[in-house]
Design a protein around this ligand. Structure first.
Ligand code: GDP
Length: 334
């Protein structure tokens, strides 16, 4: 049975990747941070299944700033594949907490690479890199050869980590790969990311639970895909015969306003009366024209996103509606 270790297993991507790997017959281990409030909600359905938890899924306490524990876990588990997804991933928040963002995202990755370098049988490494490394790029769409030009502390930390993965691959012969991932969303997206925030608000307004939606810049544009397509990309990267970097993107740009329009249309609402601007959500710097060219992944990995932007936003909004309707015990459509 192949064995995988996932950092950031509690996150959106970690939870979908866990499901994918379990489906494919893996034994899955996850690294979780010890915090006072237990956050395992995205894994509860697996954790509470005695056929899975303790049999084929195992969680271990460990932090990216604790290399002794990381080393012990890696030596004990001896994974075949290591998916490194952990890190402070909110761009806006990275301006508020730049040092801890860099500590986790940049130095955390370097620590893992340093440990891997010493192992007798290092695992294959997938590092979840981000389109934020391109920031204000010289060209659009971006591909694996586009120079890095980050504009946020998060982008800068990711640029460091991404380059380190390449350096360790080239210098020490590690099977270490970067997946340069454009934004990817799902019903499990964190609530402070704009798609989830908008889908939640449209559903809550439909049910009469909320009256307005406060947003920052509506003109910001992103290449938004479906997280479930992106975890498949992670797995495919490590099944490829050669360790390489790949861009994973839909190649389609949409604005924050497009998300608003699609979510409110799904709820059969006109968005204008409800959406208000709030300067608190405006970023000090915004990336420009971040849109990816995934031709290399299409060619070598046969990877292609399966869900369209409007399908994704509609699904997210409808699920929020069902979730909120259950919570507030109102029938859907009321
Ligand atoms: P990321 O910054 O690309 O990782 O993803 P986000 O979902 O956090 O933000 C996407 C875009 O939405 C950016 O251009 C933000 O400036 C814009 N945006 C506008 N209003 C909001 C808001 O209220 N919250 C967040 N998170 N983003 C907002």
């Amino acid at each position: 049975m192949p064995r995988a270790l996932i950092t950031g297993i509690n996150g959106q991507d970690g939870s979908y990747l866990t499901e994918l790997l379990l489906d494919r017959g893996y034994e899955v281990h996850g690294l979780v941070r010890r915090v006072s409030t237990l956050n395992r909600s995205r894994l509860d359905h697996l954790y509470n299944n005695p056929q899975i938890y303790g049999q084929r899924l195992f969680l271990h306490y460990g932090d990216l700033d604790d290399p002794t524990t990381l080393r012990r876990i890696l030596v004990k588990i001896e994974p075949d594949e290591l998916y490194h997804l952990a890190g402070q991933s909110h761009v806006g928040l990275s301006f508020e907490i730049p040092e801890s963002t860099c500590e986790m995202t940049a130095m955390g990755t370097l620590r893992l690479l340093e440990i891997m370098r010493d192992l007798n049988r290092p695992p294959k490494l997938f590092h979840a890199a981000s389109s934020e490394i391109f920031g204000r790029p010289e060209k659009s769409p971006q591909d694996e050869l586009t120079p890095f030009a980050p504009v946020s502390p998060y982008g800068c930390a990711k640029a460091f980590a991404t380059r380190m993965v390449t350096i360790y691959r080239e210098t020490y012969g590690l099977f270490a790969c970067n997946g340069i991932m454009y934004n990817h969303e799902s019903p499990r997206r964190g609530e402070n990311f704009v798609t989830r925030k908008i889908c939640h608000a449209a559903a809550a307004i439909k049910l009469g639970l909320e009256k307005e939606l406060m947003l920052g810049d509506l003109t910001g544009r992103r290449d938004w895909g479906d997280a479930r397509d992106y975890v498949r990309a992670m797995w495919l990267t490590l099944q490829h015969s050669v360790a390489e970097d790949f861009v994973f993107a839909t190649g389609q740009l949409h604005s924050v306003q497009d998300v608003v329009e699609t979510a409110f249309k799904t709820m059969q609402l006109d968005w204008q009366p409800y959406v208000k601007r709030d300067a608190r959500f405006i970023r000090p710097a915004e990336p420009l024209q971040l849109v990816g060219n995934a031709a290399k992944a299409r060619l070598l990995l046969n990877w292609e996103p399966k869900t369209s932007f409007s399908q994704l936003i509609s699904e997210m909004t409808n699920l929020e509606l069902s979730r909120l309707a259950v919570q507030s015990s109102k029938p859907v459509g009321a």
